[in-house]
Design a protein around this ligand. Structure first.
Ligand SMILES: Nc1ncnc2c1ncn2[C@@H]1O[C@H](COP(=O)(O)OP(=O)(O)OP(=O)(O)O)[C@@H](O)[C@H]1O
Ligand SMILES: [Mg+2]
Length: 236
């Protein structure tokens, strides 16, 4: 049967990039950090992940990057089952997923420039290309004059921006950001969110975890809400 001409393009092109099937994560006995979560995020979406502290937002993002295995259920990222590709997955993840962790995970003995360049060095890019991209992204996050400082010499908000630059510099297919503006003032929060929106417009799928009500009100994006490990709302 032929596709009717009136069908919106979105319906014909929507392609899943992240899928969870009945995913649960149990850390301590009885306590379910994630409880039977099923969801689908399509290529090119910008999705907010909301919910109170302890709801399971960080856990969900950790499972997506294989930092933790699920207790049960299945996770598929870009057609690959995360469960099955655990060991072989690292290069794949480095190339395709940019992550801003809630606790930054910076290399504190290496200057800002190296922290961001490292993500490209492991991909084997030429030195001149690395310098160009790292310098550009550090300017975009407002750290153009702090390239040579050690992260310990920066404020919390500046360290957060190094983590953001490191995730953006690989121009990832998927950007996962865990409370990426938690330490930023309102003006800087808007700058960084605009940067994420630009990245999304250029094709990156963005998943942004936050419990910042101001962000949730201001950006009327699809919002997935977790509560006590359960997906209680999908605003799509
Ligand atoms: N490594 C761990 N070991 C044991 N319990 C954990 C671990 N990581 C998370 N948890 C528990 O899982 C639940 C969900 O935690 P998670 O960090 O995913 O919440 P969150 O929604 O990111 O919260 P916040 O908004 O405070 O960052 C919490 O009850 C937490 O105590
Ligand atoms: Mg968290």
């Amino acid at each position: 049967m032929t596709t009717p001409l009136s069908e919106p393009a979105r319906l014909r092109t929507a392609e899943p990039i992240i899928q969870l099937f009945h995913v649960s994560k149990v850390y301590a006995q009885e306590h379910r950090a994630l409880d039977d979560v099923s969801l689908r995020i399509d290529k090119g979406e910008f999705v907010l992940l909301a919910g109170p502290s302890g709801a399971g937002k960080s856990t969900l993002l950790k499972l997506l990057v294989c930092a933790e295995p699920p207790t049960s259920g299945q996770i598929v990222v870009s057609d690959v089952s995360v469960h099955r590709m655990r060991r072989a997955s690292v290069p794949y993840l480095r190339r395709n997923i940019g992550v801003v962790f809630q606790d930054f995970k910076l290399l504190y003995r290496r200057p800002v420039f190296d922290n961001v360049a490292f993500a490209l060095e492991v991909l084997g890019l030429p030195r001149a290309e690395i310098r160009r991209r790292v310098t550009r992204v550090l300017h975009q996050v407002g750290l153009g004059t702090k390239l040579h400082l050690l992260p310990g010499r920066l404020s919390g908000g500046e360290q957060q921006r190094v983590a953001i630059a490191r995730a953006l510099v690989i121009e990832p297919a998927i950007l996962l950001a865990d409370e990426p503006t938690g330490n930023l003032d309102p003006a800087l929060t808007i700058d960084i969110l605009n940067l994420f929106l630009d990245t999304n417009i250029r094709g990156t799928t963005v998943v942004l975890a936050t419990h910042d009500e101001a962000i949730l009100r201001r950006y009327r994006q699809r919002t997935l809400t977790l509560e006590g490990g359960r997906l209680v709302e999908d605003s799509r």
